[in-house]
Design a protein around this ligand. Structure first.
Ligand code: ZN
Length: 410
């Protein structure tokens, strides 16, 4: 593997959407599509055949000795958040190309065909839904729910598709069969501080957390803030505050399972300084890789809510907004990544991912491995995102070993 060439590829990809404040390549924007098209050209130069599926996933194929065998695929995404970093997504794409170039340098023909996939719309920044491309490929997309999506400018997803020359009505045709793909590998930055804190260059991901989200509405009684004595109040906000602290305690009790919980939004009404709030609406999520642990935290939250209803004289309703299943990554792919690290004397950590990735959808389709490299200070989704060249190369080298191992044995 040519480390300098890999870094150069990454730098060249990051010329698209570069600004001092960070990288901006929003999904289905002209600059993101230009970056994907540029990458497609690089793949063609390596002798790969390239195609786009109807939702804009780029699929580049390097033929194997047995074209009829299922492919061994690798990839990530090139779209970013607004003012994002240089490594989130782009690293996995650049590394996949370096793996192919390295195979070409060695004139190595694999038994299985090898694919690079650049997934469309991984980030939710533009349309509020994440990993659209990999969901479509895994057959997990509900087209009717996509039809209502709009970006901030009011443009629908279908309109964005047609601006890019893509086929919104054809989204169902993105789905691939389980028999088509033998395994999928993604290299990604950790976007958290664990690897750096543990001094490990590689993380092998065993599971990807999923959120369960609730909207909790607390009803109290509005009244004059000056004339209502402290002990005669039914303050909706104080109930919401106690629920929030109760949620924190509920999650901390399960800290050993890595479950986390967050109240991310709170709206207080009527929202005047001289009126005791009569309504408080919380939006919260419980996230983790253990279904049992998540439901224990939920149960503790519900207990707190029932208690607060009584002690504060409030009415509280809970509405479940979503309940997603965590992803357990395939034992065989994960174990083979671990064995490769051991063989090469590379220190690694088995870990879970708190953030979603394309790999979680691909895991529903085929055996999937997800490799993390450290993010300096755990910073991501901003321009200060940083992973050293040495760390990048150690991740890309593991990706190459995995692809060679899986693509060379039938
Ligand atoms: Zn990403």
């Amino acid at each position: 593997m040519d480390a300098a060439r890999l870094v150069r590829t990454l730098n060249n990809l990051n010329r698209f959407g570069y600004a001092d404040a960070g990288m901006t390549r929003l999904a289905y924007s002209p600059v993101e599509r230009q970056a994907v098209a540029y990458f497609s050209g690089l793949c063609e130069r390596e002798g790969m055949t390239v195609r786009y599926d109807p939702c804009g996933n780029l699929i580049a194929r390097r033929e194997g000795r047995h074209p009829e065998l299922p492919v061994v695929a690798m990839g990530s995404h090139l779209d970013t958040v607004v003012r994002g970093g240089r490594y989130d997504g782009a690293l996995g794409v650049a590394a996949a190309l370096e793996v192919v170039r390295s195979l070409n340098d060695r004139r190595l023909t694999t038994d299985h065909p090898v694919e690079i996939i650049v997934f469309a719309c991984e980030e939710s920044s533009r349309f509020g839904v994440s990993t659209i491309g990999s969901k479509a490929m895994a057959g997990l997309l509900d087209k009717s729910s996509l039809a209502v999506l709009k970006d901030r400018a009011g443009l629908t997803l279908a309109e964005a598709f047609s601006q890019c020359g893509l086929d919104f009505d054809g989204i169902g045709r993105c789905a691939r069969g389980k028999e088509e793909i033998k395994a999928f590998f993604e290299l990604h930055i950790e976007q958290g501080p664990i690897l750096e804190n543990e001094g490990k260059p590689i993380g092998i991901v065993t599971g990807i957390a999923a959120p369960t989200r609730y909207e909790v509405t607390v009803w109290g009684r509005a009244s004059h803030s000056g004339t209502t004595p402290m002990n005669g109040r039914r303050d909706a906000f104080l109930g919401a505050a106690e629920i929030s602290l109760g949620l924190e305690a509920a999650a901390k009790t399960d800290v050993a399972y890595g479950t986390v919980a967050t109240v991310g939004a709170c709206e207080v009404k009527p929202g005047a300084m001289n009126v005791i709030p009569d309504t408080a609406e919380l939006k919260l999520e419980i996230r983790g890789t253990s279904v049992e642990s998540k439901s224990r935290v939920s149960e503790r939250l519900f207990e707190v809510i029932r208690k607060i209803e009584k002690t504060r004289g409030l009415a509280i309703t809970v509405k479940e907004l979503s309940d997603e299943l965590p992803t357990t990554l395939d034992g065989e792919t994960t174990e083979s990544l671990c064995r490769l690290c051991e063989r090469e004397g590379v220190s690694y950590l088995r870990m879970t991912s708190g953030a979603g990735h394309d790999a979680m959808n691909m895991a529903r389709l085929c055996p999937t491995g997800l490799v993390f490299v450290p993010s300096h200070a755990g910073i991501s989704h901003c321009r200060d995102e940083y992973t050293s060249a040495e760390q990048i190369v150690s991740g890309a080298s593991l990706l190459e070993l995995a692809v060679r191992k899986w693509a060379c044995s039938s």
